[in-house]
Structures are given as structure tokens and as C-alpha cells.
Design a protein around this ligand. Sequence first.
Ligand code: SF4
Length: 199
Amino acid sequence: MKPDPVAAQVRATAQAAGDWTALVEPMRGCTVCPELVAHRTQVVVDDAPAGARLLLMGEAPGATEDETGRPFVGRSGQLLDRLLADVGLDRHRVAVLNTAKCRPPGNRPPTRVESGRCRGWTERQLDLLQPSVVVPLGLSATRWFLGPTTLTAARGRVHEVGGRSVLPTYHPSAALRWGPGGGEPERLLREDLAAAAAL
Ligand code: SF4
């Protein structure tokens, strides 16, 4: 894929932000993905409690996130909160980001161009938050860190990426799709969150 000058511009703006407040302001006003801008209610900047050492990374906001401006507050978020509590983690002390900050229409995945443009914002968020452990939720977020791979190949072990421990796992929506009880995806998601908590 040819270099995208717009992505480079986003990255330069993000890198120039010296702290979280300075980063959030231009991020909230970002308009570089026309289709997402036409359909979104707002940019979902993410949850970033001070001093969080664990970061969970999803793909993109859904309808409830778009309405409320917070990541993982719909059904997937409620399941995530329950599983975090199961393994002794307090959601209020965990950072939660998405690789793309605006809701794609019809809940389609972000395109490669959209993901590439938003990457600059997300990389700067990671720089400023400095989490020591990151849990990508689902394949898209896993590939954001590891490049081309499958979830089967990537989950179940710790990857060292940029000085951070990265533990890929299922997206909570996989457990919701399974049906009552969440099946194997919910069991493995809980197991992986417990491993992250232990780190
Ligand atoms: S998805 Fe990211 S890069 Fe695209 S408009 Fe939203 S904030 Fe900007």
C-alpha cells in the first residue's frame, strides 16, 4: 500500500502533543475519515485512568459507545466488566482503547486506510499511558500489535512488543455470539485476563 500522507499528518499532530489533554483535543476534532465522520456521533477517545498498568485494546466503537463516548459500555463491555471482576481486576483501574476511534457504519470493520490513519493517535496514547501489559481483544487488535497472524496462533502466550507484554485473546463479542454461557471463547477470555492480572 502506498504511504498515506493523511496518516503521516495525523501521526505528526499526535506526536506533537506533550500530554494527554493536548492529545485529546485534536483527536476529538479529527475529520480525516470521511465515511466515519458522516455517520459518527462523536470520537470515542477511550478510558485512561492515571497510572493504569494494564491496557485492553478493542477494534472500534459500537452503537452504545458512539452514543456515550466511552469504549466497551455495550453488551460486550458489560461482559468484559464481569470477567475483569471475576479475575480481581477493577475496570476503573484499567485503560481501554480502540484501534479506531470512530464507529464504522453498520458495524463494519474499519478499512485499512481508516485504521492506518487512526494508528498515529493510538500509538501516541500508548506512549503517554506506558502500560506494561496489553491485552488485544480479537483478531484485528491482535494484528495491530503483531502484524499478520491468526488468533489461534497468537493467543495463549506472551509476546514482547516494544517493551510491553502483549497477551492476545478473544473479543467479548465472540462469547456473546456463542450464546448462553459464552462457551469456549468466554472460558479462554477469562483465563487470559487472569494471566494478564498475574503479570
Ligand atoms: S477513525 Fe481515527 S483517524 Fe479516522 S476520523 Fe476517527 S479519529 Fe480520525
